[in-house]
Design a binder for this molecule. Structure first.
Ligand code: ADP
Ligand code: MG
Length: 382
């Protein structure tokens, strides 16, 4: 029975098909779900070799299924690329996601095993290693909070993934809990490269500010800056750190105006002293900032050590030039003081949230906007 994989829509440009052919994951990737006595790795590249199980995710750009490889019995996650009917074929963002993922090899970045095309060119699936949880849904349904050493483990693994990307001059642009996966071995893996792209390390590029899910969006993006840097990812890591600690989103705004208000109420409103040049950002005049001069991080995180509060503070720094980098954050005192980060193998295990819960976004989390490759001023697919 193969019907579930196939859609009936028609019409895709041959050029896109050729692009997909060229992107089929290289032979080196076959090892990951190849059988020990490899009969034929070619069979792993056909859709019929995968048995569909649950639908585990549905986001902006595609539906994700859990599946089992019939040859190896390995579990995989298959992300079906949503075709862009108006532009006749595979969205360029998906081509970029594939191309980026093929370049990335890191224990904290989800592994793309292969790209599969069905009989119908409309059906393209990205096959990933399977992880039992996304941390967003896990946290929403946990009854206890993570211990300090568990938070440190999750944070160091997140920071290592981000450091790896930034060293390669790639920004992710959608860091949030539902894009952090956790497997039963306690290993955290960053996923969803639908908005990621290479950036100019020296000369500032100009990119669309319509990136990052609202709750995790850095202030320079909210104020309309289009010459941003990898520091936007570090702001999101600050929001993630707070969420690992409290198990609830730090800045759950429902509009951009509300988002800026909530940030100012916790951190104090920005001014030209702490953030030189902020008042000349394009959209600053659209916001009326509260008269709130204080930073309340310490008060809001009373159980966090002074070093922990400092790490939160340097991540949630208004001025992107002064915000901590991933490399600096990994060397922070917070990770050296007791208790140490828990080794992944000692992390607790949980029943899979994928089989227990309906697929779909987290409670109340705003949807990310669909952004095309051409929305960035410097358009590049690869
Ligand atoms: P989108 O662009 O649609 O958000 P994602 O790549 O983030 O796409 O996938 C959506 C959801 O699917 C994730 O939040 C996660 O719950 C689930 N998911 C994605 N990849 C995997 C994987 N490799 N293993 C397990 N679940 C996954
Ligand atoms: Mg996602």
């Amino acid at each position: 029975m193969k019907g579930w994989w196939y859609s009936t829509a028609g019409g895709v440009l041959d050029s896109r098909r050729r692009a997909v052919d060229a992107m089929r994951a290289p032979a080196a990737n076959d090892a990951a779900d190849a059988p020990a006595s490899s009969s034929s790795s070619a069979s792993l590249r056909t859709l019929d070799n995968y048995e569909k199980m649950d639908r585990i995710g549905e986001g902006t750009y595609g539906v994700v299924y859990k599946a089992r490889c019939k040859t190896t019995n390995a579990l995989v996650a298959m992300k079906r690329v949503r075709m862009d009917q108006e532009r006749d074929g595979m969205p360029l963002t998906s081509l970029r996601e594939i191309k980026l993922l093929q370049r990335l090899r890191h224990e904290n970045v989800v592994r793309l095993l292969r790209v599969i095309q069905g009989n119908n060119p409309e059906n393209v699936f990205l096959v990933f290693e399977y992880c039992e949880h996304d941390v967003g849904r896990l946290i929403d349904h946990m009854h206890t909070t993570f211990t300090t050493s568990e938070v440190k483990s999750l944070m160091t693994q997140t920071l290592r993934a981000v450091e790896y990307l930034h060293e390669r001059c790639i920004f992710h642009r959608d860091l949030k809990l539902s894009n952090l996966l956790l497997n039963q071995r306690g290993e955290l893996k960053l996923c969803d490269f639908g908005l990621a792209r290479p950036y100019e390390p020296i000369e500032r590029g100009s990119y669309t500010p319509k990136v990052v899910t609202l709750w995790y969006r850095a202030p320079e993006l909210l104020f309309g800056c289009d010459t941003y840097t990898s520091a936007i990812d570090m702001w999101a890591v600050g929001c993630i750190f707070a969420e690992f600690l409290k198990h609830q989103p730090l800045f759950p705004g429902s509009t951009e105006i509300e988002q800026v208000q909530i940030i100012c109420m916790l951190l104090g409103s920005p001014n030209a002293q702490i953030w030189p040049g902020w008042d000349s950002l394009p959209n600053v005049k659209n916001f009326k900032l509260p008269d709130q001069p204080y930073n309340f991080l310490e008060v809001n995180f009373p159980k966090l050590s002074p070093a922990g509060v400092n790490l939160l503070d340097v991540l949630l720094t208004y001025d992107p030039e002064q915000r901590v980098t991933a490399k600096e954050a990994l060397a922070h005192e917070y990770f050296r003081e007791s208790p140490p980060p828990k080794p992944p193998a000692e992390m607790p295990t949980f029943p899979s949230t994928h089989s227990a819960l309906p697929a779909g976004p987290r409670r109340n989390e705003p949807k990310r906007q669909r952004v095309g490759v051409l929305d960035d001023r410097i358009a590049s697919v690869f």
